[in-house]
Design a protein around this ligand. Structure first.
Ligand code: 5AD
Length: 438
């Protein structure tokens, strides 16, 4: 299975190139030398990751062509927005009509009103408007990232987290750098992944040299967009990882409420987290960030603050998932939020960053709600992650209990996901940001 469509280079201006995909033009950053107009490339997250020989590109495009238009049509059909009866003139209709028309900015107080919706039908209408915006601005592409969780050791004591240093009931594991490189290369070569996240707890056993060895080891062997997700590695560490070939950072700020942040992360400060994220962005990293939904003591104002903060950090991807209490943590007796809270947050994130956001349906949401992928992708989301961590280890990566997909083989996970995407008319590919998008 191929998770990218080859694009044809139509113009080159320094590092910026414009690529054509079946008539749609997208912009990307190119770091490959000798690229010419007319060449075919694979891009992910706005980066060119590989040149594709003409014959191979033609073959893949021929396979895709019919399917691509068929999927587009299905998505178009499913993402229509039913205009309301104007006479009704209720507040929700009036706000949503303005949102889908991309009229003026939506006021903060209106976004909060949307997050506060309670009725099933009202929430369904909000999701429909968000889905309409996703389709209108970003089409039917849905990026699929693979994630390898290579160590569950963590020196931090986050109050909600099942792999925190405080949880003594954990069966610890570490993959060696060679094992991580091997798993990553297999995911790229055998299963066609083009974007990978390398995640671990904050584990001092891996030096920055070790982490760089992993990143460069993968990049030397296979083309892929690599995100690192190993917590706060320090700014010099981030710089070295970038030089080793990492181009993305997945690090949530967890909550934008600094008081709540400090309660949940003993001895740590939100500012330091944000400094990491901002510095990473300045270094050139794509950011995947966001927060937890439904933390004890969190308000809907906080959630709106989290969404706004994600936008102000210029995140490439929004990652918002429900808090799920873990029995080995101080929050064992707290409750998860209702699935509707997550759907509302995804929809409001789409409205806040309609033109650019990639929004992921997280595994924690899939754990909370069996039908999360279909629902989340119909509420403005356009990205999914699949865990590539070897089965026996994945069971021990217990951020929260009863994680989704634990007993499914990778092949089944991929085929189930492709079926969902096909039903929804989504193309399992990342064709990047539109050339004309602001
Ligand atoms: N429920 C949901 N998500 C959690 N994470 C950690 N613990 C939990 C939990 N109990 C998330 C954090 C972290 C990511 C790796 O996992 O948001 O950033």
């Amino acid at each position: 299975m191929c998770y990218s469509i080859p694009g044809r280079v139509v113009s080159i201006d320094g590092r910026t190139i414009i690529i054509d995909y079946f008539g749609e033009q997208r912009r990307a950053v190119n770091e490959i030398s000798n690229l010419k107009v007319g060449d075919y490339i694979y891009a992910q997250g706005g980066y060119v990751i590989d040149a594709v020989p003409d014959a191979e590109a033609q073959e893949v495009l021929a396979l895709w062509k019919e399917l691509f238009f068929e999927l587009q049509e299905r998505d178009q059909h499913l993402s229509g927005f039913k205009r309301m009866d104007k006479r009704a003139g209720d507040r929700l209709s009036l706000i949503l009509e303005r949102i889908v028309a991309d009229e003026e900015e939506v006021a903060e107080e209106e976004l909060l009103y949307l997050l506060n919706l309670e009725g099933k039908e009202d929430i369904a209408r909000l999701m429909q408007a968000a889905n309409y915006l996703r389709h209108k601005h970003l089409g039917n592409s849905c990026c699929i990232h693979g994630i390898i969780e290579f160590s569950n050791y963590c020196r931090q004591s986050c109050g909600y987290c099942g792999i925190s240093a405080r949880n003594k009931g954990l069966k610890p594991y570490r993959m060696t750098p060679e094992e991580v490189v091997k798993a990553a290369c297999e995911a790229i070569d055998k299963y066609g992944f083009k974007a990978l996240v390398l995640q671990s707890g904050e584990d001092s056993a891996y030096s920055i040299d070790n982490l760089c060895q992993i990143v460069s080891g993968i990049r030397e062997r296979e083309p892929a967009l690599i995100f690192v997700s190993c917590g706060e590695v320090g700014l010099p560490g981030l710089q070295r990882l970038y030089e080793a070939g990492a181009r993305g950072l997945l690090m949530r700020f967890e909550t934008s409420n600094s008081r709540l942040y400090e309660q949940l992360h003993p001895g740590r400060r939100l500012d330091s987290r944000l400094e990491h994220l901002r510095a990473a962005f300045d270094m050139g990293y794509l950011l995947i960030t966001g927060g937890l939904i439904g933390l004890p003591g969190q308000t809907r104002e906080d959630i709106l603050g989290d969404i706004s903060l994600t936008k102000s950090l210029q995140a490439e991807m929004y990652s918002f998932g429900p808090f799920i209490p873990h029995p080995g943590t101080p929050l064992a007796n707290s409750h998860s939020p209702a699935a509707a809270e997550v759907l509302k947050a995804l929809a409001v994130a789409r409205i806040v960053d309609a033109r650019n956001a990639k929004i992921v349906v997280t595994t924690s949401f899939e754990t909370l709600e069996k039908d999360a992928r279909r629902q989340g992708l119909s509420a403005g989301a356009n990205s999914v992650m699949i865990s590539l961590t070897p089965d026996a280890l994945r069971r021990e990566y217990t951020l929260y209990p009863d994680r989704a997909h634990l007993n499914e083989s990778l092949e089944n996970q991929i085929s189930d996901l492709l079926e969902i995407l096909s039903d929804l008319g989504r193309a399992p590919t990342d064709i990047g940001v539109s050339h004309t998008a602001s």
